[in-house]
Design a protein around this ligand. Sequence first.
Ligand SMILES: [Zn+2]
Length: 289
Amino acid sequence: MLIEMEKRKTIADRAILEGIALHSGKEVKLKVAPAPPGTGIIFKRIDLADQPEIEVNPGQVVAARRCTALGLINNGQAEIKVSTVEHLMSAIWAFEIDDLYLELSGAETPVGDGSALIFYNLFKEIGIVEQPGKKFIYQVDEPLYVRKGNAYLTILPDDKFRVSYTLDYDHPVIGTSFFEFTEDDNFIETVGRARTFGFAREVEKLHSRGLALGGNLDNAVLVGDHKTVNELRYPDEFVRHKVLDLIGDMALNGQIKGHLLAVRSGHSLHVELASKISEKIMQEVNFNE
Ligand SMILES: [Zn+2]
């Protein structure tokens, strides 16, 4: 069902964030700007002619292998892309922002420290303002389920947004861990600061494919064969980061209500479920009209 709210939220002012992109390693600028009620979350590629816009929703996802990328498809090819949106989206979720322009000078968001912290601090500093305009939050009313191999993702009806995540990785440093998050928890203290991670033995392979070129010990946890190269922020930082990713991917549908049960899930499964949820939302919207 759709829960109707009377107010929408945007940010109080414009601001700029600069940094390097994780995969390309290039400098990138992110300008954030308030947007009028009903705009939604919109990326703009300000480095390209005509500054094409990409609306944030599961239908715009063009890739979900190592990160979630949104884009515009032309002749079956993603011509205009914005990659690695999940950490930024999780911060947008944390502040319940409904209307926002995200102007990027490249094809990827700045990585910051590999968590949602730079985006969280940016929005916190600017401040959030309410604006008139209805918004609808979708509360899942029947279980939805996706599976790929030994990775599972389910959402069950719940009056809150909850995540129960089981990470199970065949690697001695990561192993098996479990983390639960609900919308009442402090986002930045529990999951928002948890960093992305990569494996030392994969670095060369990733670099040869043009990935993780901007990755370093300031923006990722590097996992060696027997221990992490840099220190962890939490003993279970890996699973916390997976929860952060899942929140960011679910935020493609705004603020939904439901209990997510995830086992070994990654971006592609998250996006598959987000698309199913999006279909349900469209059905509800059409029914109500
Ligand atoms: Zn991530």
